[in-house]
Design a protein around this ligand. Structure first.
Ligand SMILES: [Zn+2]
Ligand SMILES: [Zn+2]
Length: 271
């Protein structure tokens, strides 16, 4: 067997995995960013009063967010390839049997909490003067973000954003083999919350940020305030790290209530 013919199956396997790695990230981004953009466009007459900022994002903003997101997707794809390699090396046990509901829920909850904690501290680190310009300023170019900003990261930030995934999978799968559905739900929840958090419209109800049952969840206003005033609201899914560390925006509740308290008549939709 010639060297070429022995290398061919390996090269085609690498090409397949690379295509899959890019496809997973691109389709996930499109499902979240385009999904929210289309859905909110369809219901625009109802949600216009819930527009958080008076300013409106331009087409150029959306184009920049999309372009930067595509760049980040390429970085995420490399991390995906690393994750596949870890699976092949046996570092990432994946359950092959029927899903077990208790383990499935425990894995999803554990991954969401771990991700939120990672994100809060990583995000605060990216705001340090030494890193901000090179790593995180690209994301903050969106002063009036849209759902297309979900992956709008500089390549360095894209590495920080994604490198925790294989590490977290390894940690969680060593308690019990990873359930494939847990990965699917975690990744789906991640992009949905991310795209909604950048959407620019607040769809939660009055009292949401203070109620014991919902106040620990972030809202779109929470992250939108981070884009307009970068010194507060570093959290991702939950408000608890910002509250513990004293980084919640001092007027978060008031700003939220001001948006959700608006009536349609105050901001008529242009014909
Ligand atoms: Zn953001
Ligand atoms: Zn930031």
């Amino acid at each position: 067997m010639s060297l070429l013919s022995s290398l061919t199956p390996m090269l085609s396997e690498i090409a397949n995995e690379t295509r899959w790695a890019v496809q997973i990230e691109f389709e996930r981004y499109l499902a979240g960013a385009a999904g929210v953009a289309i859905l909110y466009w369809l219901i625009r007459r109802w949600i216009e009063p819930r527009r958080i900022q008076a300013a409106k994002p331009s087409l150029a903003d959306r184009r920049r967010e999309f372009g930067q997101s595509v760049q980040a997707i390429l970085v995420f794809s490399v991390v995906n390839l690393l994750t596949f390699a870890m699976y092949r090396a046996g570092w990432l046990p994946i359950s092959q049997g029927e899903p077990i509901l208790g383990i499935l829920i425990a894995q999803i909850v554990a991954m969401v909490i771990l991700h939120d904690t990672w994100f809060y501290w990583m995000h605060r680190t990216l705001h340090l003067r030494a890193l901000f310009r090179r790593a995180h300023a690209a994301h903050h170019r969106s002063r009036t973000p849209t759902s297309w900003a979900a992956y709008s990261f500089a390549p360095i930030e894209a590495v920080f954003e994604s490198i925790y995934v294989p590490a977290m999978f390894v940690i969680v799968s060593h308690v019990a083999p990873m359930q494939p559905w847990a990965i699917f739900v975690f990744l789906g929840h991640q992009i949905a919350r991310n795209a909604i958090g950048h959407s620019g419209f607040e769809l939660a109800w009055p009292g949401f940020t203070r109620a014991p049952l919902t106040g620990w969840l972030t809202t779109t206003t929470h992250h939108d305030l981070h884009h307009t005033e970068g010194r507060y609201n570093f959290g991702l899914y939950f408000t608890w790290w910002d509250r513990i560390m004293g980084t919640e925006h001092p007027h978060y509740h008031a700003r939220f209530e001001a948006v959700v308290g608006r009536r349609a008549v105050e901001q008529p939709v242009a014909a």
